[in-house]
Design a protein around this ligand. Structure first.
Ligand SMILES: NC(=O)c1ccc[n+]([C@@H]2O[C@H](COP(=O)([O-])OP(=O)(O)OC[C@H]3O[C@@H](n4cnc5c(N)ncnc54)[C@H](O)[C@@H]3O)[C@@H](O)[C@H]2O)c1
Length: 504
């Protein structure tokens, strides 16, 4: 096993660095590669997209992820990180080869495994019998894909019948926008494999993270009280299932909050208070209980569809998964309904979207609610404008068919608009001056799709404010009760958390 110097890392003596290849340098592959190199391993990131690799070789990064540029710079000095389009050399010298390519949805809802299959064959054809390797599925893949990868690696390796390898499943739980923190300080690491030797290599690989024995990067504080990270060691299908079950549960929590929000709206209750009230129950937990437009992103939708598809292959009808997805579809349509209720006619109206990315701190637009809403508004004859601090270039590039007018500022977005819709709760949007915006607009409607604005402030600027599941006429009453209660009971009264967009 090759050893590499890992400067100023005390862990280097106890955890020999491994030689690693990561196939696929996207959101997951790049962050994984950078984190593994940061903790002392030597990593080669491979991507078939030559333009991405050229950017990386020039010191830039092809995605928006906070602190990734700095982490890669540190990773170069520590374990070392290289970039290439050709996996052959690095696979030959690697102990561990990660597959981190995309698994987009097919029209049937099943996962498109083309990229995983190609990567597995490439790994097989590059391997020799010089060592036993572990091939790790980090991509989210349907149950049983570990077997499939094993078969395809073997198919690719017909040149050498002596090759030795094992397949492991190591699902990824990072969230875009906080991907580095999620990778270096995870809640848990899950590894599925069929034999103890493979588990042992994976444990060695992650030892510095499991023990939290590495020095945190200067831009990222180790969360206070973080204990050693639990390692869940299990079989291949169980690890594959953990990823789908985790995403299904998170998506279900949000859809549950949205279901409750829609009832709240009718009965005059305030959903944020209701979810606060239930989330403080430690059996429930308050995270992922924010009502709003619903979830989006590259993972939740496709993973739920894929799990539903797998269940159907085995004759199971997954009622809860179906409902979770249906509620989410309805939330996007709800925005259109709210605009219709207020503006009546959408034809000829100008609607400004505040935000495009599926959540703040990313430029990722995959399955973003903004896309569905923009398309629907255009079908109904409205003109759509948008402003997003980060994701506009990606939107122009990837969705040219959406004839969105992109604005350079929120002020430009507001000019003569009939309504504004908060789609992504970027921190910048918390600083908006509502009176200034109101003076630029033709209409006065604000649909707060993330329940992120203070309804009273927005209304007092003359807007017709409309959130999701907010007992609209009662906000002032709720605030009065709250402030009276806090005077009486002090710190026992907990304030509502701000809404968060979610998805994965
Ligand atoms: N993005 C997330 O937040 C997230 C979180 C958890 C899990 N996942 C899962 O991780 C996987 C990767 O997701 P992503 O968001 O990083 O995707 P991505 O599209 O950002 O990156 C995939 C990369 O793989 C490259 N690629 C495809 N085939 C290749 C090949 N044969 N050789 C080399 N490179 C190849 C593509 O060019 C692309 O750059 C998916 O299965 C996804 O479901 C993603």
């Amino acid at each position: 096993m090759p050893l590499h110097a890992a400067p100023d890392d005390t862990c280097a003596q106890t955890c020999p660095p491994l030689e690693i290849t990561v196939i696929g340098a996207g959101y997951v592959g790049l962050v994984t590669g950078a984190c593994l190199a940061y903790i002392g391993h030597h990593v080669t990131c491979v991507d078939s997209n030559g333009a991405k690799i050229a950017e990386l070789l020039n010191g830039a990064i092809p995605i928006y992820e906070p602190h990734l540029v700095e982490l890669i710079a540190l990773a170069r000095q520590r374990g070392g990180i290289e970039f290439t389009t050709d996996p052959a050399d690095s696979v030959k010298r690697s102990d561990v080869v990660f597959i981190a390519v995309g698994t987009p949805p097919l029209a049937t809802g099943a996962s498109d495994l083309r990229f995983v299959e190609a990567a597995a064959r490439q790994i097989g054809s590059a391997m020799d019998a010089s060592r036993r390797r572990v091939i790790v599925n980090k991509s989210t893949v349907p149950i049983g894909s570990g077997n499939l990868v094993g078969m395809l690696v073997r198919d690719g390796a017909t040149h050498d019948p002596e090759i030795q390898f094992a397949v492991a499943s190591n699902p990824e739980f990072l969230r875009e926008g906080s991907a580095i923190s999620d990778s270096l300080f995870p809640d848990r690491i899950v590894v599925g494999a069929d034999d103890p030797e493979t588990h042992a290599i994976m444990e060695l690989l992650y030892r510095p993270i499991l023990d939290q024995s590495f020095i945190a990067p200067p831009f990222l504080e180790r969360p206070a009280g973080l204990n050693p990270v639990p390692l869940v060691k299990t079989t291949l299908p169980s690890a594959e299932m953990v990823k789908y079950a985790a995403n299904a549960f998170l998506a279900m929590k949000i859809s549950f909050a949205n279901e409750i929000a829609n009832i709240c709206e009718r009965v005059g209750a305030e959903v944020a208070d209701v979810t606060l009230g239930i989330g403080l129950d430690s059996r429930i937990g308050g995270r992922f209980l924010s009502a709003g437009i619903g979830w989006g992103g590259s993972c939740f939708g496709k993973d739920l569809q894929s799990l539903t598809h797998t269940a159907a292959e085995y004759g199971c009808k997954s009622l809860l998964l179906d409902a979770t997805q249906e509620v989410n579809r309805r939330q996007r349509q709800l925005i259109i309904q709210k605009l219709q209720e207020r503006l009546k006619i959408l034809k000829g109206r100008t609607i400004g979207l505040l935000g495009l990315a599926f959540k703040p701190e990313t430029d990722d637009l995959r399955d973003a609610p903004s896309l569905t809403i923009a398309k629907r508004l255009q079908e109904m004859g409205a003109r759509v404008r948008a402003y997003d601090p980060v994701a506009m270039d990606a939107c122009k590039r990837e969705y040219p068919e959406l004839a969105i007018h992109y604005c350079n500022s929120v002020e430009e977005l507001a000019d003569n608009a009939d309504a504004l819709v908060l789609v992504t709760e970027w921190a910048d949007f918390q600083e908006l001056s509502f009176p200034a915006l109101a003076s630029r607009m033709r209409g006065s409607v604000i649909v707060d799709g993330r329940n992120a604005f203070n309804a009273d402030d927005v209304r007092s600027a003359g807007f017709d404010y409309c959130g999701i599941g907010r007992g609209t006429q009662r906000v002032a009453v709720v605030r009065r009760i709250r402030s009276e209660a806090s005077r009486e009971t002090g710190p026992d009264v907990v304030s509502r958390p701000a809404a968060k967009s979610a998805g994965g």
